[in-house]
Design a protein around this ligand. Structure first.
Ligand code: ADP
Ligand code: MG
Length: 702
């Protein structure tokens, strides 16, 4: 009997040309079935359909060019290279090869005509392409090597899996799709009905075909911008799938159980006394929201959004008290050691007199220390455990974890949230979770990225805070600024001088900070100056921070290690060098280190001229507003959601085709449709989730 032709649900190994090795590589990309291969979308396109004259080249452009080789010679510089100079009637270009053999060198001799493809860069002498793809052109038969007829899709890939192979495989998959595509997709109908202009969007099948193999007449610009109807059709579906995934997570979390935690009247009253301040109205409201969650027999999953300095730590402490009073453990995770130690100090101060043990677990404990910490965690005793991600390593087990608090959460994606939930699992019981953001996240983005969480807003600063005054000055005004530091410190205040990361190398940056500290020490001999940077030992860093917190250091020179969370209320002046290099959220975070006491605070943003358009816009925004929510919106516009959510740092590419900035207007409808789907067509919802989810295995755990 002849084998049946493959179907979309078959494994990729059934496609012609795909053996077990290819299947293995594809599995690394989250692709196992032919259907999944069809949802492995090009990340971009190359335009090899036309020649670009050498006189019209632009930096960073990927182009096909053609020219006559003028010279071809080996250059013995820092690194041996073969340099070919090519020219046409409009201009010239250098081709640079680092890897070449004798035969290749001979092939590229002067007088030959070549066609090349590659990215244009700025070379030491002229524009160049490094390692272009090269084709020799026969001058006698110019038509023998035609240009491509359509755009070339470029796929995200993994080692050993070449673009050409991926293109052959997706072509084969598209043929399978063509055979099966009589069935109309229920989602097509749904989109046509609910989305504005949805009826004009292509069907799923047509959209997939178009993005994999854009036809020659395609609107290239629309495709580049992700605005092509085929891309929009897919983006809607992906956003829907994402919403459904999060909602399903939430549903499943609600089927789990947690220990209900009543409000601990006595401990809470004592803690409030230990704070030494009255809660703001916003803090009271949020604490109340948390109390209500904790009282339920299902795990809390709450995101606490608050502007810098709004007092999230006090809220966290109050939540912790509820679990501790009920005899449970609480784990508070901070993003850096510096911050973990600060939380450790703050919480020890608050809880110290209340017979609550605060245990600091950081990476620097050493093997022995870590082992004994692990032993303590395995004891069923109420403790408040503070640390970094070390708290959630595989070899750490908790005896009775009732609450997990994550500070500065924007570095954690959905998968990490899941892992956290699993950490304290005991049968169907899970710990409550409180997740705190470092800076506000724009509403639309929060709705989308955290649809599995309830959100509380801490939108009020403690009283008597004066807004930080921000000025933007060229670096040439440095001397004036040094004088201002002298003045501020003479008046008993403290200051930060921040040298942001400039080089790729932490070594060079630490050096720059060290040099700055030395220069400032010379200019300000009367001041006690401290230095923290990424290459210092943790102990040393910590010691310096403590001295600064005590007031024993007046001026702290630092790299951006002090970015998140550091709290020294007496510091009221901050200077940020090379401010033009930093993103808005980062600047806002840094600035949030001052303005924490009752003194008027200042932030000086020093920039190097000339300022680019975006940088000017950023600095302007910083001068105009102190409102983290406004800044977050601007940041989203300027940098896009990947940066704002920090997904780039964690390496989670959340979306394959959707773009939260570009597709923002789709989100409200996506939310509505997702709600209806879960209620009315759960099977369809499952299908949608399945075809867009790469990390099935991880989601399946819940
Ligand atoms: P963030 O929300 O940025 O984490 P913190 O929790 O570090 O802010 O709080 C900032 C500062 O404000 C701390 O010194 C804290 O003790 C203080 N603080 C918090 N809440 C209040 C309040 N209600 N009244 C006065 N000061 C407060
Ligand atoms: Mg904080």
């Amino acid at each position: 009997m002849p084998a049946l032709p493959p179907t979309l649900d078959d494994g990729v190994a059934r496609l012609p040309g795909a053996g077990p090795r290819v299947a293995e590589s594809l599995a690394k990309l989250g692709v196992r079935t032919i259907r999944e291969l069809l949802f492995h979308l090009p990340s971009r396109y190359q335009d090899r359909t036309r020649l670009t004259p050498l006189g019209a080249l632009r930096l960073q452009q990927e182009v096909v060019v053609e020219g006559l080789i003028q010279t071809s010679q080996i250059h013995f510089g820092r690194r041996r290279a073969l340099l070919c100079r090519i020219a046409d009637d409009t201009g010239a270009l250098t081709l640079r090869f680092f890897y070449f053999n004798r035969a290749q060198q001979l092939r590229l001799e002067a007088g030959r005509r070549v066609r090349c493809f590659g990215e244009v860069r700025r070379g030491p002498l002229s524009l160049e392409i490094v390692h272009p793809e090269v084709q020799l052109i026969d001058d006698a038969r110019p038509d023998a090597t035609p240009l491509d007829g359509a755009l070339t899709p470029i796929y995200p890939t993994t080692e050993g899996l070449h673009q050409a192979r991926l293109r052959r495989l997706t072509s084969a998959a598209l043929e399978v799709l063509a055979r099966e595509s009589e069935q109309t997709d229920a989602i097509d109908a749904l989109i046509a009905r609910h989305f504005h202009g949805g009826a004009r969007l292509p069907t799923l099948t047509a959209a997939l075909r178009c993005v994999h193999r854009p036809p020659p007449a395609v609107d290239v610009e629309a495709l580049r911008q992700g605005q092509h109807p085929a891309q929009q059709r897919l983006a809607i579906e992906e956003l829907l799938a994402h919403q459904l995934t999060l909602r399903q997570l939430r549903k499943r979390a609600q089927q789990l159980t947690a220990t209900p935690l009543p409000v601990p009247r006595a401990l809470r009253a004592a803690l409030l006394r230990a704070f030494g301040f009255a809660l703001t109205r916003a803090q009271q409201r949020v604490v109340h929201e948390i109390d209500r969650d904790l009282a339920k027999p299902v795990p809390m999953l709450r995101l606490l959004q608050g502007d810098v300095g709004a007092g999230k730590t006090a809220v966290a402490a109050l939540a912790a008290a509820s679990a501790l009073s009920a005899g449970q453990q609480v784990a508070l995770m901070a993003p850096t050691e510096l911050l973990a130690e600060q939380h450790g100090r703050t919480l020890s101060k608050w809880f110290g007199g209340l017979d609550v043990e605060v245990l600091l677990v950081t990476g620097r404990l050493g093997a022995g220390g870590r082992r004994s910490a692990r032993t303590l965690l395995a004891e069923d005793r109420p403790r408040l455990i503070v640390g970094t991600h070390a708290l959630f390593q595989d070899n750490v087990a908790y005896a009775n974890l009732g609450l997990v608090i994550v500070d500065e959460q924007h570095r954690f994606g959905v998968n990490q949230r899941l892992a956290l939930l699993e950490k304290g699992a005991r049968d169907a019981r899970r710990p409550h979770q409180l997740i705190m953001t470092a800076t506000p996240i724009p509403r639309t983005l929060a709705m989308t990225a955290y649809a599995d969480l309830d959100v509380s807003m801490l939108d009020e600063l403690p009283p008597n805070r004066q807004p930080v005054r921000t000025s933007v000055l060229p670096a040439s005004r440095r001397e004036d600024i040094v004088a201002r530091i002298a003045e501020a410190c003479a008046a008993g205040r403290q200051a930060y001088w921040v040298c942001p990361l400039i080089e790729e190398s932490e070594h060079l940056d630490s050096q720059a900070a060290t040099d700055t500290a030395a220069a400032l020490a010379q200019a300000l001999p009367q001041l006690k100056i401290g230095l923290v940077h990424g290459r210092m030992h943790e102990r040393e860093k910590d010691l310096t921070m403590q001295q600064f917190a005590r007031g024993a250091i007046e001026l702290l020179v630092a790299t951006t290690v002090i970015e998140v969370g550091v709290d020294v209320p007496n510091a009221s002046l901050m200077v940020i060098e090379n401010a033009e290099r930093l993103g808005l959220s980062q600047l806002h975070q840094l600035r949030g280190r001052v303005g924490r006491g009752s003194a008027q605070s200042d932030c000086v943003l020093l920039y190097k001229s000339p300022l680019g358009e975006t940088a000017r816009h950023r600095l302007q925004t910083m001068r105009e507003t102190n409102d983290g929510f406004v800044i977050a919106e601007r940041d989203l516009e300027l940098r896009g959601p990947g940066e704002v959510l920090g997904t780039r740092q964690t390496g989670i590419a959340e979306f394959r085709i959707a773009n939260l900035t570009r597709d923002r207007r789709l989100l409200p409808t996506v939310q509505q449709v997702a709600d209806r789907l879960l209620d009315e067509a759960p099977v369809l919802a499952e299908q949608l989730i399945a075809r867009w989810t790469v990390h099935r295995a991880e989601f399946a755990k819940v």
